[in-house]
Design a protein around this ligand. Structure first.
Ligand code: FAD
Length: 440
């Protein structure tokens, strides 16, 4: 392999690979290398993802990033590429208070032409009969402050996909265009150099234009690899490379866990899974319960549910997580004591259900506003901050990185469906993303 490239991309997750594809497509004459310390595509947090997608956002930035990405994924699958995509919908079940408070956000989304339906308790009784909506004097419900159900909102252009298939789609097309990928290659550090080196020992000096001039690699590729531009798409590991050269990566890692429950031996769970009232697939949509962001995902081909929860308080942040995800494990007690009591309160079908499998990964949280970013700094383009929605915005992010590469931070990126987007909205210097209000 050569040791000199126009662009080196660190990270072969969904984000790095989407960047790789659009950079190569937009700049066919440039030499581009993707490196990753794992042995295949999407083995980091992309592999551990719930991989749900939705366009139901109030923030116009979130909306355009997700909506155009989803359109691209839908059309790609329609063209014959299997992305494991299922448009099964999202159902937010809300307490009376949430339902009432969120009406203005629902209206805002409807005004923005987002396909969103609302259901009252009568509808829910008919469409999702086993959902418990009232808890009366139940001691447990009172202890846990489980609220009665007040209504629900259903997002139509929402569902799930297979992050590995999507990553492989980008990777295959990148390779087909002549890009190079090196797996099992760890980037030990970035090389801090200067724009115009003088060859004097001790460079870069403060009076010189400092820039990252490449990477120091170990593994299948070793030693110094020079690059005119380095794209950092290393997810929760961005800080590992950026901290040592004094650049703020703006991310912190937060653990998230998923648990599967098999429906194979439970007729009640089978009935819950096969619900024909919401989508053409005849399957239960992704259900978010009114308490603690607890959710249920139906995976009909495996006859199972994936279960999770969005815990924030007392769940630590990590600035630089360990190099692999080996010690990032799901906690059985989290299922038993936190998730399960909420779940079986709303769906008695889960009574005594034990997880068959469990795993954990990290959200790459942008703690400023939980929105993704793309910014330029000293010869690098740094992308990340997916904050739990990096898959659903992955296509748009790759296109934005390509636009920033060609035209700088003020580029007007052309997203799928011909929609344009001012890339500097996602930078830090000129940041102007609209905050998200649809947070239940
Ligand atoms: C449990 C869970 C549920 C989620 N649910 C959803 C969801 O429903 N919808 C959604 O859109 N998003 C979801 N996400 C978030 C989504 O998975 C991420 O935003 C997305 O996968 C991030 O992709 P990435 O390419 O930035 O990071 P990663 O997939 O982690 O890729 C980063 C890559 O960089 C490589 N790397 C890092 N440092 C180095 C180095 N020094 N040298 C070489 N290689 C390096 C790593 O090996 C890794 O492969 C979820 C995440 C988790 C953990």
């Amino acid at each position: 392999m050569p040791s000199d490239y126009d662009i080196v991309i660190v990270g072969a997750g969904i984000l790095g690979l989407s960047c790789a594809y659009y950079l190569k497509k937009g700049n066919p004459g440039k030499t581009i290398l993707v490196v990753d310390r794992f042995g295949d595509v999407a083995q980091g947090n992309s592999a551990r993802s719930n991989a749900m997608f939705r366009n139901t956002f109030t923030s116009k930035d979130n909306l355009i990033l997700s909506d155009t990405s989803i359109d691209f994924y839908l059309d790609t699958q329609k063209s014959g590429v299997d992305l494991g995509l299922k448009k099964s919908g999202y159902l937010w079940v809300m307490s009376e208070k949430q339902f009432s408070l969120n009406q203005r956000y629902i209206q805002k989304m409807l005004d923005n032409k987002i396909e969103l339906r609302t259901y009252d308790n009568q509808d829910l009784r008919r469409m999702l009969p086993s959902l418990k909506r009232e808890f009366g004097e139940s001691e447990e419900a009172q202890l846990m402050k489980i609220p009665d159900v007040g209504g629900a909102a259903f997002g139509v252009k929402c569902g799930r996909l297979d992050p590995e298939k999507l990553s492989r789609f980008y990777s295959d097309n990148f390779l087909r265009l002549g890009g190079k990928v090196a797996f099992n290659t760890n980037v030990k550090s970035l090389i801090a150099g200067v724009d115009e080196p003088l060859g004097i020992e001790g460079e870069p000096f403060v009076w010189q234009e400092g820039k990252v001039t490449g990477i120091l690699a170990e593994g299948e590729i070793k030693g110094e690899i020079k690059a005119k531009t380095v794209v950092i798409a290393a997810g929760v590991w961005n800080n590992e490379l950026l901290d040592p050269i004094g650049i703020d990566g703006h991310v912190k890692a937060k653990k998230r866990q998923l648990f599967t429950v098999s429906a194979k031996r439970s007729p009640a769970l089978q009935t819950l899974l096969r619900n024909g009232n919401f989508n053409e697939l005849g399957v239960l949509p992704f259900v978010i319960l009114p308490k603690s962001g607890c959710y249920v995902k139906a995976v009909e081909e495996n006859s199972e549910f994936w279960l999770g929860c969005e815990d924030e308080f007392n769940r630590p942040y990590y600035s630089t997580p360990e190099e692999t995800l080996d010690s990032c494990k799901a906690e059985p007690s989290y299922y038993e004591q936190s998730l399960y009591p909420i779940l079986r309160s709303y769906f008695s079908e889960f009574e005594n259900a034990k997880p068959a499998q469990m795993w954990a990964g990290y959200y790459s949280m942008n703690t400023l506003d939980s929105m993704p970013f793309v910014f330029e700094e000293n010869g690098m383009i740094i992308a990340g901050g997916g904050s739990g929605s990096g898959i659903m915005k992955g296509d748009a992010m790759g296109r934005i990185v390509d636009a920033v590469y060609r035209e700088g931070e003020h580029a007007e990126a052309m997203l799928y469906s011909g929609k344009s987007y001012a890339a500097d909205r996602m930078s830090f210097k000129y940041r102007s993303v609209e905050r998200e209000e649809w947070v239940i």
